[in-house]
Design a protein around this ligand. Structure first.
Ligand SMILES: [Zn+2]
Length: 371
């Protein structure tokens, strides 16, 4: 399977990952810095490229420090951080829970831009100190001062889920005491800003600034998507709050014997009932889980000679949930692990099966009724 992100390492226990699209951004920035330096200074070609590459690398470190500021603050407030991912538009801290108070959200959001502004100040001072000593270092630090200041300022645009949008949301939240309503307004403003970026981008594209125009259109499009899905997430979380797995799990799962052959499983169970997922039980103990997907991986002519045990996902590879687990957390686990069902276990006994479809129709019904 093609992996779109790879891990660089860990800082303070937070995994740092890079999305493949970031490589493109890194090349674009290196080339762009190098060309800018070539026009402005009379350096040998190799030196120009080295300074361009160094500037690009330090910009990458700056983005990382910006994200680390968010993540480390989140950690200090016991909000879990899954990882930091760098991608084509910069970085993102995968913070899986919403902050508990408006003040925490404000500080967590502001920590990033504040770090960028401090880096801008540091690089600016460095450029002044080295002015007489080294032209390349002065040039490099001046560009990094400007890009870091730009990074801080861009992130403060009040378009949720940008940092500025989160600051804006935290203010609405503390005024109205309602996170969902605050998120709705902040994401509407975020979408408005995204459309504005797209319009300005198109206008720039046609007035001779094609590169910048396209870039703005892409960022606007990305921001629009992010604003919508962030609101969806908060709305879903509110709908699921206070509900547990046992309310909607399937209790009447037909358990299969591990020695059943796949062809009788298909004829007697799958085609007859339309069900797509079966727990495999021997005595009282859960042996594994068999889904249609597992059956499809076995060639059809081998169905008569293959048993359920050979095709199933064995129990030790399964994630399970207890019946009193919150639905929101269960849904997040399914999404994180890329599975569509979770066996529900109580006192090491299988008591039901939670399918993603169950959760989705629960959400749809409640959203439709507005309850
Ligand atoms: Zn940020």
């Amino acid at each position: 399977m093609f992996k779109s992100t790879f891990r660089l390492g860990q800082i303070l226990g937070i995994p740092i990952e890079v999305h493949v699209s970031w490589i493109l951004a890194f090349i674009l920035f290196t080339v762009s810095f190098t060309f800018t330096f070539r026009q402005a200074y009379n350096w040998p070609t190799s030196l120009t490229w080295v300074v361009g590459l160094a500037t690009s690398l330090l910009l990458f470190v700056s983005v990382l420090l910006h994200e680390l500021a968010h993540s480390v603050y989140a950690r200090s407030k016991e909000i879990p951080v899954r990882n930091i991912t760098l991608f084509i538009f910069g970085g993102v801290s995968q913070i899986t829970e919403e902050p508990k108070t408006a003040n925490t959200e404000f500080a967590m959001a502001f920590a990033g831009p504040l770090t960028s502004f401090m880096l801008a100040a540091l690089f600016w001072i460095l450029s002044l100190v080295t002015q007489k000593a080294s032209e390349p270092i002065t040039a490099l630090s001046r560009y990094l001062a400007v890009t870091n200041a730009g990074l801080g300022a861009f992130n403060l645009i009040p378009g949720f889920p940008l940092d500025g949008g989160r600051v804006f949301r935290s203010i609405l939240w503390s005024l109205g005491q309602n996170l969902e309503r605050a998120t709705r307004w902040a994401s509407l403003v975020g979408q408005g800003i995204a459309y504005l970026m797209i319009i300005i981008g198109i206008w720039q594209f046609f007035s001779g600034n094609a590169g910048n125009g396209l870039w703005l259109v892409f960022i606007g499009w990305f921001l629009d998507n992010a604003a919508q899905s962030s609101y969806q997430q908060v709305a879903t979380q509110r709908l699921l709050a206070g509900h547990t797995v046992q309310e909607i799990m399937n209790r009447d799962c037909t358990a299969l014997s591990p020695n059943l052959a796949l062809d009788s499983l298909v004829n007697d169970h799958i085609l007859a009932t339309g069900r797509r997922c079966f727990p495999v039980v021997e005595g009282d103990a859960l042996q594994g889980l068999l889904t249609i997907h597992n059956v499809k991986q076995v060639p059809r002519e081998q169905w008569a000679t293959t048993t359920v045990r050979e095709a199933m996902i064995p129990a030790d590879k399964l994630k399970t949930v207890p019946p009193d687990k919150g639905l929101w957390l269960a849904l997040q686990e399914m999404t994180a692990d890329g599975v569509n069902q979770l066996p529900v276990m109580e006192n090491r006994r299988l008591v039901g099966l939670l399918a993603r479809d169950n959760v989705l129709s629960f959400i749809r019904t409640r959203a439709e009724l507005g309850v």
